[in-house]
Design a binder for this molecule. Structure first.
Ligand SMILES: Nc1ncnc2c1ncn2[C@@H]1O[C@H](COP(=O)(O)OP(=O)(O)OP(=O)(O)O)[C@@H](O)[C@H]1O
Length: 620
């Protein structure tokens, strides 16, 4: 998609509102035609070359009326502009966010969080600005056309002099266009880097202190800021230079008009009223010139922002950005889709085989009027994984050709040395990383979109590094689902948190995270486990939950899980004996492939890697 298509599609999101905005600003910019003519009449009346039928005071009253009418128009114009701008930028941000949410979770954004924030904030603002400025330009062109016609009918020569600066400015801006793009891209890039560095610094204060790396971190920040300063100065300098060209060329035009008019007035060809009209209109022509310049600059800057926003899509079509979607204002438009229509077609497009399973999908309508699709598959009896592969583009490492089967109620442990691919395996299975090859079958039916499918009630997952929010413990566990009687207590018990709860003064109401109580690594992991266990699921996936749990706590956790959740199927990444002992089946990974599998007993006899892991734990 080209920038102009993007621009056009943004306008088409709310064409009615855009036209209203265009009309409002056209009237605002054309309104000065009236006081210009009234001023001419005023001076001509005083000079005696023309007689206004209702006298000078009537002209004064009309001038005040025109000013008041313009004030009212400007008020209306701001209302339409704000409504249009807000909708455009909200739509863009909504569509970007929706895409980020659909990307495989572990690769949701292709850049640092700081850069993503800059894309969401600055680049969207740029697109909003360019679309909004377009109405001024069109309105002012309307003014210039009518004004030119009036001025030409008074004096052709002088009229041309008014427009010469305009031609100069447009040419200058065109020449500078390529440079603006380059400097703007560099300044946006350097700003994103500085924002990224700040967010990394705040996130890693402890690591920086422990490593005694304060000076190096500050030096890096200073060097990034210096680069930003240089690119910003270049960007601003060029923008301001252009703006000064816009203004000064008009001043030059005014001077020329004055010199020329003085000759004409001496000859009696030109009245004081004519001069006032020329000078009055010229002010608004100045506005047109700077507006055209601004619009061109904003448009070019939008082209840069558009490219940056597109990278967020990671190859998805850019038309997603401008797709007409509900943005939370007004009522949801159009017919509500029936149950199978959305999920059925969405899945059918990708894989006709998978449609059967999706017959069990359900759509719920939340209070905000947004439809959300939940897939409800039949209870798990067997999960088959065949040929699953994923390689990180950056390192070429990952997993390849992974086969395994999980039966209902089984406890399977994935183990292996550091970097052997355990996390990659579970993330690819769950759709958090996009599988490059292989298939997953749930009760024999192919799972078309693992990311949409492996969520409650099918599966629940605890990542290796738990992510908690600055919120109450209760909200961190529930994370949006409604509490059922006893559900939180059961989850806390299963996650072996009962002792921790006794020590937290405010219990479930305790604020945790950066703005509250700092939980220990083990507590954070158990909170994440409780978050998983409060959601009843068929398949529980734990990624190295045990790394921050002591042996006794971990033993209790597995015991409770088995006792209270009969039939739950578990896939657990671990190298701990507590988990390996429980396992019906163990998969040993090495270099991203399955090196051996079997029970602990079998593997102790057959696998050297497994023996190292097993005995390594005793010595380690
Ligand atoms: N985001 C990433 N980008 C590039 N390479 C990665 C990325 N994450 C992991 N890798 C590489 O992929 C391989 C498998 O990593 P993975 O995290 O799956 O191993 P693991 O067995 O879970 O390790 P650990 O026991 O430390 O958790 C490693 O060689 C690692 O360096």
């Amino acid at each position: 998609m080209k920038t102009r298509h993007f621009f056009w599609r943004l306008i088409l999101y709310r064409p009615g509102l855009y036209l209203l905005n265009l009309l409002a600003w056209s009237l605002i910019h054309m309104a000065p035609l009236v006081p210009g003519l009234l001023t001419k009449a005023f001076f001509d009346h005083l000079e005696g070359t023309y007689t206004f039928p209702y006298g000078v005071w009537a002209i004064a009253v009309l001038l005040i009326g025109a000013a008041l009418a313009r004030i009212a128009l400007i008020y209306g114009g701001f209302m339409t502009d704000v409504h249009f701008r807000f909708r455009i930028s909200t739509l863009l941000r909504r569509n970007m966010l929706s895409h980020v949410m659909k990307e495989p979770g572990a690769r949701a954004i292709p850049c640092s969080p700081g850069e993503a924030i800059s894309n969401f904030r600055d680049d969207v603002d740029q697109a909003e600005e360019a679309t909004s400025w377009s109405v001024d330009t069109l309105g002012l062109i309307g003014f210039v056309m009518v004004a030119s016609w009036i001025l030409i009918s008074i004096d052709l020569q002088l009229t041309i002099l008014v427009f010469v600066p305009l031609i100069l400015v447009v040419t200058a801006a065109q020449i500078a266009t390529a440079r603006i793009q380059k400097y703007r891209a560099a300044s946006r890039e350097s700003t994103a880097k500085v924002t990224g560095a700040i967010s990394e610094m705040f996130a890693n204060v402890q690591a920086i202190q422990v490593a005694g790396a304060e000076k190096r971190v500050v030096d890096r920040f200073v060097s990034l800021s210096e680069k930003r300063r240089q690119s910003m100065v270049k960007d601003k300098l060029l923008t301001e230079t252009l703006s000064s060209i816009f203004t000064n060329s008009v001043n030059l035009g005014t001077g020329l008009i004055l010199v020329l008019a003085s000759f004409k007035m001496r000859n009696g060809d030109f009245t004081v009223g004519d001069l006032s009209l020329f000078v009055y209109y010229l002010t608004f022509v100045t506005q047109l010139i700077s507006n055209v310049g601004n619009f061109m600059t904003y448009y070019k800057q939008m082209a840069v922002s558009f490219q940056r926003i597109k990278t967020m899509l990671q190859g998805a079509p850019a038309s997603l950005l401008t797709a007409a979607n509900y943005i939370g204002i007004g009522r949801v438009k159009g017919k509500r889709r029936s149950h199978g229509e959305e999920t059925g077609s969405r899945v059918a497009e990708r894989d006709p085989e998978a449609v059967g399973m999706m017959e069990n999908s359900a759509i719920s309508m939340a209070e905000d009027g947004v439809e959300r699709t939940y897939i409800q598959a039949p209870p798990l009896s067997i999960l088959e994984v065949r040929g699953l592969s994923y390689q990180y583009p950056e390192t070429g490492r990952g997993i390849s050709d992974i086969d395994f089967t999980l039966k209902r109620g089984s406890f399977t442990v994935v183990t292996g040395m550091i970097g052997s691919g355990k996390t990659t395996l579970v993330r690819t299975l769950l759709g958090l990383l996009p599988a490059e090859a292989g298939e997953i079958r749930w009760n024999g039916e192919k799972v078309a979109e693992p990311a949409d499918f492996f969520i409650p009630p099918q599966s629940a997952y605890t990542a290796q590094i738990p992510r908690l929010y600055s919120d109450k413990l209760r909200n961190n566990i529930l994370l949006g689902i409604s509490e059922q009687p006893g559900s939180l207590d059961r989850a806390l018990y299963a996650a072996v948190m009962e002792d921790d709860m006794k020590h937290l003064e405010y219990g479930l109401e305790t604020m945790v995270g950066p703005r509250g109580v700092k939980l220990s690594g083990g507590q954070a992991q158990r909170t994440a486990a409780a978050r998983m266990l409060v959601r009843d699921a068929q398949l529980y996936v734990f990624d190295d939950l045990s790394s921050a749990l002591d042996v006794e706590t971990e033993r209790k956790l597995w015991e409770r899980l088995f006792r209270d959740r009969d039939g739950a199927t578990c896939l657990v990444v671990s190298h701990r004996k507590a988990a390996l002992h429980h396992a019906d089946h163990i998969i040993v990974l090495n270099g991203g492939v399955i090196e051996a599998e079997g029970t602990a007993e079998q593997l102790l006899r057959s696998s050297e890697s497994f023996r190292q892991l097993w005995y390594g734990e005793e010595t380690g």
